[in-house]
Design a protein around this ligand. Structure first.
Ligand code: XIL
Length: 364
C-alpha cells in the first residue's frame, strides 16, 4: 500500500516537472510594442551593437518587427571603395532579421550626405554618363542582391532643400537634373518588381511648402508611370511642432494612396538648425513634467497615424534608434537630449507607455 503511494507521488512529481518544461518552452518572450500594433513597429539598428550588447539585442527583438539599418546599408558603407562592394554588415543585418522574423526596410539607395569621394571624383572626371551608369549599376547590384528579402527601399532620401519646395542641388542633381529621381525608382523596380519603393524626407510634416513640393513631385512621377509606392516621413519631431499641423499633413498624405511610413521617429526638446553640430541647448535636464509631455506627444502621434492614414496604407512606424544612450541626435547635433522611448540604461520611459497607449486606445 505504502509503495503504491510512493509510486503515485513519484508519477505526480514527474508530471509536474514535464509541465514545467513545456511551460518554459512555450512561454512567449515578454510582450513589446509590436504586440500592440496592427502595423509593423520598427527601429533602426547598428549590427555591431546588436552583436556586442545583449540587453540592446533583447530589447530590439521584444519590441520591433521591422528593422532599418542605421548606416550599414548606405552608399557610404556598401559603396565606400571603388571597384568593391562591402556587403558584410548589410548581410549580417539581414541574417539577424531573418532569424527573428523581422521585416527589413532598406535605407537608403540615393542620398547626398556622406557620398564617397571616389564617386564625386569620377563624376568630375567622366561627367553625366558615368554618373547615370554608376547610379544604375549600384542600385541594380544592391536591390537584386536582396531581392525578395528587403521588403521596401527608401529609394531617394532628402531630394528637397532643408526648407521650402525646391530641389536640393545634390551631386546627382548637378549631373542628371531632377530626372535622377525617376531614374532611381525605375532602376530599383527593374531589380525587384515586388519591393515597395519610397521617397523619404524630413520636416515635411511641419514645413507646408516643402510638403507641397514633395506632393507635386509625386504627382509628376506618377503621371510619368514611375513606380513609386510609398512616402516616408522621417518624423524627427520637436516637442513644439503643433499636432494640428501634423494632422493636416497626414490627411493629405493619406489621399495620395501611397503607403505611408514614419521612417525615423524621435522627439527632441532642444533645437538645431538641421546641420551637423548645429544644436542649441535650451533644456539642460529632463524633468518629470517634460517626460510626461513627451509621452503625450508620442501617444497623439500614433493616434493621428491610425486615424488619418487608411489601414491599407499604414506601412509602419519606425524609430530612429530607440534609446537615449545611442541616439544620433546627441552626436550629430552636439547637444544633450532625450528624444526616444528608452532611457540611457535601456529602460522604458513614460514615452514608451505613451506610445503603447496610442496603439491600444480606441480611435474615434
Ligand atoms: C544618420 C545616422 O543616424 C548617423 O549615425 C549618421 O552619422 C548620419 O546619418 N536622416 C536620415 C538618416 O535619413 O539616414 C540619418 O541617419 C538621420 C537623418
Amino acid at each position: 500500500m505504502q509503495s503504491t503511494y510512493i509510486f503515485l507521488l513519484f508519477l505526480f512529481l514527474i508530471s509536474i516537472c514535464a509541465n514545467c518544461n513545456i511551460a518554459r518552452e512555450s512561454t512567449p518572450i515578454a510582450q513589446g510594442l509590436k504586440d500592440y500594433a496592427d502595423f509593423p513597429i520598427g527601429n533602426s539598428i547598428s549590427i555591431r551593437k546588436i552583436i556586442e550588447d545583449e540587453k540592446y539585442r533583447t530589447m530590439i527583438k521584444q519590441n520591433f518587427n521591422s528593422i532599418t539599418s542605421g548606416n550599414d546599408m548606405k552608399m557610404y558603407t556598401i559603396g565606400r571603395e571603388e571597384g568593391k562592394y562591402n556587403w558584410e554588415k548589410a548581410d549580417e543585418t539581414l541574417a539577424f532579421c531573418e532569424r527573428n522574423n523581422q521585416r527589413i526596410f532598406g535605407h537608403t539607395l540615393v542620398w547626398h550626405l556622406g557620398l564617397p569621394k571616389w564617386i564625386q571624383n569620377n563624376g568630375k572626371e567622366h561627367g553625366a554618363d558615368w554618373v547615370d551608369e554608376y547610379l544604375e549599376t549600384y542600385i541594380t547590384k544592391v536591390v537584386s542582391r536582396y531581392k525578395g528579402k528587403v521588403a521596401a527601399w527608401d529609394v531617394v532620401n532628402e531630394a528637397f532643400e532643408t526648407a521650402g519646395g525646391n530641389y536640393r542641388e545634390t551631386f546627382w542633381y548637378q549631373y542628371l537634373g531632377k530626372e535622377y529621381i525617376a531614374k532611381a525608382f525605375r532602376y530599383a523596380h527593374a531589380a525587384d518588381p515586388e519591393a515597395e519603393l519610397f521617397y523619404n524626407d524630413f520636416n515635411i510634416e511641419r514645413d507646408t511648402a516643402k510638403f507641397l513640393g514633395v506632393l507635386k513631385m509625386i504627382e509628376e512621377l506618377k503621371s510619368e508611370g514611375v513606380p513609386i509606392t510609398g512616402l516616408g516621413f522621417q518624423m524627427h519631431l520637436r516637442m513644439d511642432i503643433p499636432d494640428e499641423v501634423i494632422a493636416y499633413t497626414l490627411k493629405k498624405a493619406g489621399e495620395t494612396g501611397l503607403k505611408i511610413h514614419f521612417s525615423e521617429l524621435d522627439i527632441i526638446f532642444n533645437r538645431h538648425d538641421d546641420t551637423k553640430d548645429g544644436g542649441e541647448q535650451v533644456y539642460k535636464e529632463l524633468t518629470k513634467e517634460m517626460e510626461q509631455a513627451q509621452a503625450e506627444k508620442y501617444k497623439n502621434l500614433v493616434l493621428m497615424y491610425r486615424k488619418y492614414i487608411p489601414k491599407n496604407q499604414q506601412y509602419g512606424i519606425t524609430f530612429w534608434g530607440c534609446n537615449d544612450r545611442d541616439t544620433w541626435i546627441k552626436r550629430f547635433f552636439g547637444i544633450e537630449d532625450w528624444p526616444t522611448v528608452f532611457d540611457e540604461n535601456l529602460n522604458p520611459k513614460r514615452a514608451y507607455y505613451g506610445f503603447m497607449e496610442g496603439l491600444k486606445e480606441k480611435i474615434r
